[in-house]
Structures are given as C-alpha cells and as structure tokens.
Write a protein that binds this ligand. Structure first.
Ligand code: CO
Length: 134
C-alpha cells in the first residue's frame, strides 16, 4: 500500500538554528520558513535527493508541536510520511486492519497541498504516521 517515503518531520525548538544546521553543517538545500497557521506550525523544508526533511516549529496557541516540545525540549522525530496512491482506499484498508485513523478520518490538505491523514502512533511502533496522496 505505501509507496515512497515522502518526508520525515522533526520538531525543533529553534527553527533558525535547525535550518542553519541542515544548511551549513550538513550541506543540504534548505527552504525559507513558511507559516502554516491551519496546522499550527512554521516549517522549513530540507530537500534531499531521495526524500525531504521537514523542520517543524510551533505557530500560535494549541500547536501540537508545542506539546511535543514540552515533552522533548531538544526536539525529535515527530512523524514520518509515506505516499499512497489513493488515500481513501488506504484509509479504509488500514481501518479494516484495525489501525486507528486520527481526527474525524477525513483527509485534510497537508503542508504540500495534498490530502493527508495521520495514524495513531500506538498502532505503529510508537511512531506517528502520516499518509499523503500523491
Ligand atoms: Co508531514
């Protein structure tokens, strides 16, 4: 069902420092910060040859990233995102397998303008999984 790894998202307490780390220390191509108010995050995209890293920083109140950073002040891997061809078919198949889909189960438009859903980390080895229709 899942296709390529679309991105790994890392929550960071200092977005400028994290962007500089990926740009200067690791020598990666790094975007300018982008605010996504509907998701409660400011993101920096790191372009890799075979995938992407998304650096996530809280934006506004009630950001889930802020809650994550309260538990992990140094930051850490927040979720990983796999591509799927048909998000509704993937959702229905995952539910049939007993996986919990977060929220109301209806895809939302994610950071890349494509429909996404999130799967409960307790069902996936403690890792929050995002699926994105590409
Ligand atoms: Co994501």
């Amino acid at each position: 069902m899942i296709g390529r790894l679309n991105h790994i998202a890392i929550a960071v307490p200092d977005l400028a420092a994290a962007a500089a780390l990926y740009r200067d220390t690791l020598g990666a191509k790094v975007s300018a910060p982008a605010d996504l108010p509907e998701h409660g995050v400011t993101t920096v995209f790191v372009e890799l040859e075979n995938s992407k890293i998304e650096l996530l920083h809280p934006l506004g109140e009630n950001s889930t990233i802020a809650k994550y950073l309260e538990r992990s002040p140094d930051g850490g891997t927040h979720h990983i995102c796999f591509e799927v061809a048909d998000i509704i078919a993937a959702r229905d198949q995952l539910r049939a397998e007993g996986a919990r889909v977060l929220g109301d189960g209806e895809p939302r438009i994610g950071a890349h303008g494509k429909p996404v859903l999130f799967l409960h980390p307790k069902d996936f080895c403690g890792t929050l999984i995002e699926i994105e229709q590409v």
